[in-house]
Every structure is written in C-alpha cells, then in structure tokens.
Design a protein. Structure first.
Lengths: 814, 103
C-alpha cells in the first residue's frame, strides 16, 4: 500500500505541472504560507520518479524566464530614466540625479533579493529533482540556472528608450561608478545600496563554471571601476603635483589610500582592496614618486627643514610600492653627498681662504705658514664637527621618519662613506685623527666620563666610514707619537680607551703598533728611573746636575720618519754634536742601557727632545730702569739647548754666525733655522739677537746673546715652530701618501702571497678579487697597483704565469 | 500562533494512517525534506503549524524513521555505534522513505 503511495500511480504530468506552476506563482507573489511544502515536494518527487525530470527542469526554467522577462524586467526598466545617465546633465540637478540613481539601484536590488528568496524556495521544493535528475544528468542545479536567467533576462536586458544604449548591467556599473565618484569628490552617498548591488554582482557568474574570477563583479564592474579609478587618480596626481607641495601631496595620498580601503570594506568588496590599492599606489606613488621626491618641496626640502612627519609619509608611500624604496634612497643619498660635499668644500675653502699665497704653506716654515696651518687645523676640526652634525641629523631622520629601516641605514652609511672618502677630498683620515688629537690635548679637559665616551664614540663613528684605514693609522700614529713624547695628552686612560675602541672596531692588527707605542713609553719611564738610581749608585756626582729623562722607542713601531721636518733628502741624519756636559751623561746612559739590553743600538733623536735650562741674565740696565740679575727657567728643544749652551762659552758681545753654529752643533739645516727663529725672532722668547734683524734666518746672519732679555714669567717656554699636530702642508701630504703607498705595496704583496700559498693556482681575476676582500678592512687598493705587485712577485719568482691557460692564471712557487 | 510554533522545541510528524509523532525539532531536521518544509524563512504551511503530514508514509515506517532520527542524533559524534535493529520486512519501504525524506 504505502509503497504504492510513495511511488504513486500514473502521474498526470500536465496536471501536476499546472499545480506546481500555480504554486510557484504564489511563491513569487509571496503567498507561500498557504502552500504545503510536503505536497509540492511530493508532486515533484513523483514527476522525477516517473523520469520526467528533464521535462520538469525545462518547464521550471521556462517558467522563470517568462516570469523574469514579463514581470520583473518591465518594473526595472521603468526605473531607467534619463536622469540616471550622468552625461545628460541637462535640466537635472544633482539631487534629482542621485534620487533617480538610488531608486534604480534599490529597485534592482529588491528584484534580486526577491528572485533569490523565491528561487531558494523553489529549489527546496525541487530538491528531489536537483538531487536525482540534475546529479545524474550533470545539469547545474535549478537555483544556479535561475541565477543565470536573472543575469540574462534582467541585467543583460537591453535598455531601449530614454536615449540610453547598452544594457541594465552597464547602466548599473555606470551608476555605481558615478556614485563613488561623487563620494570621492566629497559627497555623502548611500553606501548600503551600492553594497547590495555589489553583493548581487558578486553572486552572479559569467559562465557556468562558477569560478571566483568569473563573477560578474570581477568581470564587469571591477574592471571598469579600476579603469575609471586609474583615470581619476592619474588626473588627480597631475593636478596635485602642479598645485600643492610634496608634504600635502603625501598627506593626500595617504588619505586616498585609506579612503579606498574603507570604500572596499563599506561599499564594495574586500577582494577589490588589493587591486584598487595597487591602482592608487601606481598612479599616485609609483608613477609619480620620482617627480614627488624631486619636487621643490620634495625630499630635499624636507630634509633641510626637518620635516620629520612628511619624510615619514614619503617613506611610508615609497615602501608601499617599492621594498627597496629606491627613489627615496636615491634622493636621500644625493642629499647626504651634496651636504657632505658642501662640508668638504667648506673645509677646503676655510683652509685656503686665509692663505692668499698657498705656496707659503708649502714651505711649511715661517710665521705666515704657521698661521695658515693653524687655520687649516681649525678647518679640520670644523669639518669633523660638521660631519658629525650631519650624521646626527640624518640619524635622527632615520630614527624618527624611516622607522629605523635597515636598507636605508645601509644607504646612508654608504653615502657618508662616499663623501668622506670622496677623491676630491683626500684629507678625511688626517682630519679625523686631528679631531681625536685635539680632543686628547684639550677637548676632554674637565669633561665627565660619559662626555668623553661620547667624543670617543663620535670619533669611532667617523672612523667606520673611512676607507683607507691604513692612512688613518699612519696619521694617528704620528699624532699619538707627538702627544706621547711631548706629554700633550691629558689622560693616558682616555688614550688607552680610544685604542681599545679602535681595536674592537678594526681588529687587533690595527692597534698592535699603537699599543706597542704605549708599552715603549712605560718601559722608558722605568729606564729613566733605573738610570737615575744607577747614577746615584755610581756615586759619580754630576757637577752640573743634568737630569736625563729618556724615551726609548722601538724604531719599527714609531713613525719616526714623519717626525722629521720633511727634509727626506738627508735620511742619514747627521749626529748632532752635544756639549760635553750633555755628551757625558748621554754616554752614561748608553752604557747603562747596554748592560740591560746588549746588542741594541740607540739612535739619539735630538730633534724630538726638550730641555729645561736655568739661565741667568746679567745685570744690564732695563727699559724700566731696574738693574738686577734675572733668572729664568727656559724650556727649549734639545737643539735649542745645544745652541744656547754654545753661547755659554762666549763672552758678552761676541757673536756667532749661522754657519759657525751649524759647524759646531751639526744640527740639520732646517732644524737649526727653526730653532734660531724661535730663539731670535719670536718676540717673546728673544733670548738671542740677530743681525740683521729680519724675519728670515740666512746663513750669513750673526747671533748675539741677548743680555737685556726680559720675560714676565720665571718659566719661559720656547716653542719651536710647527711642533704641534696640525694639518699637513700639501708637500707633507704628498710625502705621507707616498709612504703610505709604499707600505700598501707591502701589504698587497703579503696578501697576494698568502692567498697564493693557500690556493696554489688562481686566475688573475680571482686573485685580484680575493686580494681586494682581504685588504678591505685596511684600505681599498687600486687594481693597477695590485697588478704591479703581482708583476713584481713574478719577477722575484714567488709566482709564475701558467702557460697556455685560457685566462690569465698564476701558480705559487714554493 | 505561528510564532508560538516557531519557538517550539518539538514538531509533529503525521503518517498516512494518522499516527502522530511528536519529535524534537533538532532530531527531525536531520532529514532534509523535513528541515526544508519547516524552514521559517520560507514560511510554508508546515513551518507555521510545526506539523508535517506525510500522506505516503505509514505509521510503522514513520515510527522507525523517528527512531532512527533520535538514534542518529544521539550517536552522531560517537564511535563504535551499536547497530540499529531493522526488521527485514521493513527494509524496502524504509529505504524508499529515506530517499524521499533525504535522511
């Protein structure tokens, strides 16, 4: 019984369909509450069981088609009014237009919603058909089919009349776009309506595959949306670049991006977000960033005026479109190098401005030259200060505006080292060393430890940028040497701190010699003390009580040659003839030293020592009428002492010529000139008188003891010209560079041999590359120089060329 | 009345021979057909009354189906489910009804 009941008997298809169709009509007119679901379902079930599924499917489709095109379409088309089209602005106010548009969208949305609901119900009723017939016959479900019907019958319905062409969908797109355009212009629009329309488009597909990217939304609306947006933003970018400054542009762009993001969330679809963002970024940033950065009020202006937030905006924008932020980086680097070059040329200008005759400084002697050198030293310090300021400035920008971005930091470092190592400005190594020198001598006086720390840190920061570290080492050694020997350094601790910092920064190798210098100083102190007790023990009371304080320096570690005055022609320095009293004690020390370290040879460097002399000036009438003996303690250079002691043996009024002095002392020419200058020319320490009285010392000049010398203080320091650490004159610099090149040659050869020893055979290219990397920490060798060194090594049979190799190759010869 | 029914936790299933089974809604809607007929958004007659009539299913079968619906609800999440006893003479009819009800 019940089997029959479910199966039913013969079903009258036409009858059943009539029932179903009328029920459907009820559903479409929202009268479903009177219908029994079970009954309808049962009808459809039966029809399908009777293999009439296909027929049913077609009938339903047909029914829907009829319904949509007869009932729904007409009501939609009614809403299509001329006001809708934004091109017919004639006689329509914006409000009218907006109302018409909203009405249109509302109507369409309502039709869509109804269709969806009804179809869901229909689909439920027809569930058995979907389950059995559609699955078996690979038909799309009736619901989907009906959705397509909606697309075809409603959205693709051609619009006739009203002058409009195209179809409903096109119009809808246009309407939405117009609304969005209004919002962009600042109007308030009904986002909800648009959202519903978008929702509809999202649920309709272009074909039956129903894949994500075939949605009508993606295929139809989004394409147009992106296109119009692109147009819009392109125009806007042009306008903005013309009319406003870079800061405003950045702010505006950021706002636009947020707006678009927002719009995607509230009005359109989230899937559009990345796409529209890309459009905005492309149009407002990527295609414009170059112009933007280069604007008058662009990056350069922002840097100069510390516009941190604007820089941050630019950074943000640029990083949106470019991970490397190349445009910003480029502008930044350019500005750093520009400013750095300014600092460089300012330093050069400052060092040259007061020297109308640059050749004066080349001689490296005489008072005017000294002034020039002083000026240059000031310029050097100023340079360092300015570079540090620049560094501070960009560090701050980097921290505050660039979110401590790593690539940018690298770029900044690169630019700094670019201008610091700029070939047009070869003095940075020297200047930095001078800066440290200055601080060691004066700068750190009365500063707290942390302040000193900061100064040292600054110096290290600059040091990092230096490419030719060996050159710096040379200068530093020279400056340190002077500080140590002349006791100019304020605190040994700070010196040592500095060196340990450099050690951390540049490695052991770099500071080895510097440390050795300190060691020599300590040993020398011990030696001096030891010698003093030794003399006492000898019980050889020195009649004139000369005390000797000595510094024994290892000749390899100390840059002694650079302590000279640059007269390298007399490399074999003639021994100075000491007065007998001094000579005796000198020999005494030599004996003492030999007992301690046999086999070592001491070379006396009188040009670097100093002496305290107690001098008694005879009673001669003074200008102020006083008439008494005056005692002064004179602190002079060793040479100065030797010269003055000569005058001890002369009776009053006797004189010596320059040549005589030289003959009796054997002091090198230039040293003698300088010492005599300070003794006889400098007004405050005129212990000797010169005839004729002039600024220059000529070989024929005669010198007298100045009996009438008068000084304000008991202790008088007789400075010798150019004994402090100053900027080198051009000639000295050439000297230093030449020496540097020489030592570089050794370094390169050593590196090449090391590499070849390890590799045995290597092509030329590889060898050069490896050499470059090995020496990176010390300096940047020039390739021709490396080539030369390789040649020289081949000549000396360390290496040989491999015959017949495809590329130039070398073999190591053990 | 409609709102009262909607909120109701139980629904009534009626068989061909007028047996009424009051079943918990959560169990009843395991069957697709019953679920859809009761869907309040579509508001068919059944949904308003909370009563579904099956003029094609006998009381015995519907009883068995109700039993299964509870059985299914109870064991839905557990493993090693004990077999449900089904008298062999009901098998065919049950299968047809199950197809119809989409159980």
């Amino acid at each position: 019984m019940s089997i029959q009941g479910l199966h039913g008997d013969e079903v009258d298809f036409e009858n059943t369909w009539a029932q179903i169709a009328s029920a459907f009509r009820e559903i479409h007119t929202k009268n479903a509450s009177k219908l029994s679901y079970e009954e309808l379902y049962r009808h459809c079930y039966r029809v399908v069981l009777k293999k009439k599924g296909e027929e049913l499917y077609k009938r339903v489709q047909n029914f829907e088609h009829e319904w949509l095109s007869n009932e729904v379409r007409s009501s939609i088309l009614l809403l299509v009014t001329p006001q809708l089209s934004s091109h017919d602005m004639v006689a329509t106010t914006a409000t009218e237009q907006r109302t018409a548009r909203e009405k249109f969208m509302k109507g369409l949305n309502a039709a869509w919603r109804d269709h969806q609901t009804c179809m869901a119900m229909l689909a439920d009723v027809l569930m058995y058909m979907d389950r059995v017939y559609c699955t078996d016959h690979r038909q799309i479900s009736i619901y989907t089919a009906a959705m397509f019907l909606f697309r075809d019958d409603i959205l693709c319905a051609p619009i006739t009349g009203g002058g409009g062409t195209g179809h409903v969908l096109g119009l809808l797109n246009q309407v939405i776009l117009d609304q969005i355009q209004m919002e962009r212009a600042g109007d308030v629009i009904d986002k909800y309506i648009i959202k519903s329309s978008v929702y509809m488009l999202e649920h309709l597909y272009e074909d039956e595959s129903e894949s994500e990217d075939k949605r009508l939304y993606v295929r139809s609306f989004e394409v147009q949306y992106l296109d119009t947006s692109r147009e819009f933003y392109k125009r806007e970018a042009e306008l903005m670049l013309r009319d406003s400054d870079a800061g405003a542009y950045c702010r505006h762009t950021t706002r636009r991006i947020y707006e678009e993001e927002d719009r995607c969330k509230s009005t359109l679809s989230e899937i559009t977000m990345p796409k529209i963002k890309k459009v905005v970024e492309d149009e407002l940033i990527k295609n414009r960033i170059e112009e933007l950065v280069g604007m008058e009020s662009g990056v350069r202006f922002m840097i100069d005026n510390d516009r941190m937030d604007e820089l941050n905006l630019i950074f943000d924008l640029n990083s949106r479109v470019d991970d490397k932020k190349s445009e910003l980086t480029k502008a930044l680097q350019k500005r750093v190098v520009e400013m750095g070059t300014d600092v460089n040329s300012a330093a050069i200008a400052a060092s040259q401005a007061p020297a109308p005759a640059p050749e004066a400084s080349e001689k490296g002697k005489g008072a005017p030259a000294e002034r020039t050198l002083n000026q240059q030293t000031v310029a050097a310090l100023k340079w360092v200060e300015e570079v540090l300021q620049l560094k501070d400035k960009f560090d701050r920008i980097w921290r505050e505006s660039f979110e401590s971005d790593h690539p940018l930091q690298t770029a900044l470092t690169q630019s700094f080292s670019d201008f610091i190592n700029s070939p047009t400005f070869p003095r940075s190594s020297e200047y930095i060393s001078l800066f440290i020198d200055e601080n060691m001598k004066k700068g750190i006086k009365g500063k707290t430890e942390s302040e000193i720390d900061m100064v040292l840190e600054k110096a290290i920061v600059l040091l990092r940028y230096i490419q030719d570290k060996d050159l710096f080492e040379r200068y530093y050694k020279k400056h340190l040497c002077r500080r140590l020997l002349m006791n100019k350094s304020i605190s040994n601790d700070v010196e040592k701190q500095m060196i340990s910092r450099m050690k951390m920064e540049l490695g052991n190798n770099f500071t080895l010699k510097l440390e050795a210098m300190f060691k020599d100083m300590t040993i020398s102190e011990e030696l001096t003390a030891g010698f003093k007790t030794h003399v006492h023990q000898l019980g050889d009371p020195d009649p004139k009580r000369i005390e000797l304080s000595i510094n024994v320096l290892t000749s390899m570690t100390w840059p002694l040659e650079s302590m000279g005055n640059g007269d390298s022609e007399d490399t074999k320095r003639p021994q100075c003839i000491f007065p007998t009293a001094v000579d005796r004690i000198k020999q005494g020390f030599e004996k003492y030293y030999n007992t301690k370290h046999s086999g070592r040879q001491l070379t006396w460097l009188a040009n670097m020592g100093s002496a305290d002399i107690k001098a008694t000036f005879p009673k001669v009438p003074q200008k102020d009428g006083s008439f008494k003996e005056r005692r002064h303690e004179l602190n002079v250079s060793t040479y100065g002492m030797v010269i003055l002691l000569l005058f001890n043996d002369l009776s009053a009024g006797e004189s010596m010529t320059f040549e005589e002095i030289q003959a009796r002392t054997n002091i090198p020419n230039s040293d003698l000139i300088r010492n005599l200058q300070s003794l006889a020319v400098a007004p405050k320490t005129r212990i000797l008188l010169k005839e004729p009285m002039s600024k220059d010392v000529k070989p024929t000049d005669r010198f007298f003891f100045n009996e009438g010398f008068q000084g304000k203080f008991i202790r008088i320091k007789v400075g010798v010209v150019s004994s402090g650490n100053k900027v080198e004159s051009d000639r000295e610099r050439r000297e230093t560079e030449k020496k540097n090149d020489d030592s570089r040659a050794f370094c390169i050869e050593a590196a090449v041999v090391r590499i070849m020893k390890q590799r045995k055979e290597l092509s030329h290219q590889q060898l050069v590359a490896e050499t470059l990397t090995q020496l990176q920490g010390q300096f940047k060798p020039e390739v021709p120089m490396i080539k030369k060194r390789i040649e020289s090594l081949i000549e000396r049979e360390y290496l040989e060329r491999i015959e017949g190799a495809k590329v130039d190759s070398y073999r190591y010869l053990a | 009345m409609a709102t009262e029914k909607k909120a109701s936790e139980y629904v009534t299933l009626v068989s061909e021979d007028s047996f009424e089974f009051v079943v918990r809604r959560s169990a009843a809607i395991i069957a697709g057909t019953i679920r859809r007929s009761l869907d309040p958004t579509y508001n068919f007659e059944e949904a308003q009354k909370g009563r579904v009539v099956f003029p094609t299913i006998s009381g015995i079968i519907l009883e068995k189906i109700c039993e299964y619906l509870y059985y299914h609800e109870k064991h839905a999440e557990s493993k090693d489910v004990p077999d449900m006893e089904i008298p062999s003479e009901l098998c065919l009819e049950l299968l047809i009804a199950a197809d119809y009800l989409e159980v």
